[in-house]
Design a protein around this ligand. Sequence first.
Ligand SMILES: [Zn+2]
Length: 306
Amino acid sequence: MELNENARIDTSQVDDRRGSGGGGGLGGIPIPIGGGRGGIVGIIVAVLVALVGGGFGLNAALDGGDGSGQGDNTSLEQKCSADDALQQLDCRNTLYVNSIQAYWRTALPETFGEQYRPSKTVFFSQAVSTGCGQADSGVGPFYCPADDQVYIDLTFYRLLADQLGAQGEFAQPYVLAHEYGHHVQDLLGTEAQMRRQQQRDPGNANALSVKLELQADCYAGAWARNATGTADEQGQKIFKSISEQDIRQAIDAAEKIGDDAIQQRSGRPVNPDEFTHGTSEQRRQWFTRGYETGDPKQCDTFGSGA
Ligand SMILES: [Zn+2]
């Protein structure tokens, strides 16, 4: 993968809250990147909350905030307008966010006839207060439907590489594209519909969650296919190239955070009843489907073809 050094990094699409801790109480439904209670420390909290949690409105009211604009982007802005910006993890990730949102700005109206509403990515360290309640890094990156924001502690990538074995830079845009897939589901009402289904049919709650997650993987694949066509506000291409090897890195990451892989890694027997995100095989399949078709319409994990 080669990023275009002439592309402008738009830091207004992120909210840099590293350096400030969060307040507020637990009580929302964050949607993390991976499931299971083993490999990713603390993820059980998110999973439990996801299964038993209440309505978003209530949580947002309890937290007393919409989670908007609490950070300080000053140093990020400086860093990302410097010559060596692309050497910086946070600047590269900001550019990935720019590309993903540029894609959906066009793709959402084209494929689903809906306007895209931008969503910020919040960079935090260790803990953060969100519209979905207090979260810590242990849950991994997640999307909060209550405040429409993506949350990531960038040190997650180290865990992904060192502990889960998903090396390679392209795992990073994959993770972000997956989270923005949840934002798209939020905009399309898919997420709310799925929560209602879960309430009507609690016995199927995990299976429904898997469908939502696999669709987000498929959307990530659709972005990956179209990413080289994305540009900054001035029309400068964001990626110069994306190689087959990059795509393999994304697929590798998707496999490494499969429910069965995470359960195995934690030394527990593999139990399909506990799957919330899909197996390695399923995650690979759906990412690949999105990538090969480049068409988000082919990501209907809730339909009969799934
Ligand atoms: Zn997810």
